[in-house]
Ligand binder design. Structure first.
Ligand SMILES: NC(=O)c1ccc[n+]([C@@H]2O[C@H](COP(=O)([O-])OP(=O)(O)OC[C@H]3O[C@@H](n4cnc5c(N)ncnc54)[C@H](OP(=O)(O)O)[C@@H]3O)[C@@H](O)[C@H]2O)c1
Length: 237
């Protein structure tokens, strides 16, 4: 049975890099996407060029029923699933006083509820392997400008630790907390470069650093419940 990995939000940006990195490690790829169908097909083509299988799976992670059907759909096609990467997320600015219920619900559903139930289903159905959660270096801060986003990532950090204990020894669960890796879609590169001057290593990150971290977690089988701050020291500020 061929080994396989599911990457949520794998069509582009960080998710795409992780999917390609896992393909380089000879995993077949279940490439999840929400709205980026064309990008998902393009990335799937690049993955197949690496000599592994790739199937795309559309799923709105804000829809609970769709989330609950995702893992079973993937396993039906790729029974050797042994890696889940919870990468998809939304990142919207908003203080608590500005938060409307819909905005709140979307963040909680996509950034926390979906990884929670995908982790549950991975443990129930796959029974062994590993889970990697994408957090944010903001999990160490009390940044009220992105209040609900930050709270959902803090919750995902706790899920990483609790699930690492519950699912051991057969499933390892770890997390990567990126800092300034890529500007948000449509974001200003110059503003992003300026932000780098405020962190200890005084430079921006990049996709290669994410790939290095994923490969490190993947191969280090004495590691569980851990969080790698991939942020040029930003969490120390
Ligand atoms: N970029 C950074 O520098 C940075 C910094 C800190 C933390 N992170 C974390 O690293 C991860 C990847 O970052 P990124 O910047 O590459 O993420 P991103 O581009 O903002 O989002 C990744 C994907 O999430 C998917 N998504 C959002 N809502 C969805 C929904 N309702 N249903 C299904 N999919 C949905 C989207 O898929 P579709 O396009 O297919 O809809 C999107 O392509 C995220 O968890 C992020 O919080 C990134």
């Amino acid at each position: 049975m061929a080994k396989a990995a599911l990457v949520t939000g794998g069509a582009k940006r960080i998710g795409r890099s992780i999917a390609l990195a896992l393909a380089e490690e000879s995993y077949d790829i279940a490439l999840h996407y929400g709205t980026s169908a064309a990008e998902a097909e393009k990335t799937a083509g690049e993955i197949r060029q690496l000599g592994v299988e790739c199937a795309t799976f559309r799923c709105d992670l804000a829809d609970e029923q769709e989330v609950l059907s995702l893992l079973p759909r993937v396993v039906e096609k790729m029974p050797g699933l042994e890696i889940l990467v919870n990468n998809a997320s939304i990142f919207e600015k908003g203080k608590i006083v500005d938060t409307e219920p819909d905005f709140y619900r979307q963040h909680v559903a996509i950034n926390f509820t979906a990884p929670y139930f995908l982790s549950r289903d991975f443990a129930r159905i796959c029974k062994k392997g590993q889970i990697i959660n994408l957090l944010d270096t903001r999990v160490t801060s009390s940044d009220f400008n992105y209040a609900i986003y930050t709270i959902t990532k803090k919750a995902l950090a706790e899920l990483t630790k609790i699930s690492a204990r519950e699912f051991a020894p057969d499933i390892r669960v770890n997390a990567i907390a990126p800092g300034i890796i890529l500007p948000p879609p449509g974001g200003d590169r110059q503003v992003f470069e300026k932000m780098a001057l405020k962190i200890p290593l005084k430079k921006t990150g990049g996709l290669d650093y994410v790939v290095q971290s994923v490969k490190f977690i993947l191969k280090n089988d004495f590691l569980t419940g851990q969080l790698i701050y991939l942020d040029g020291g930003e969490n120390l500020e």
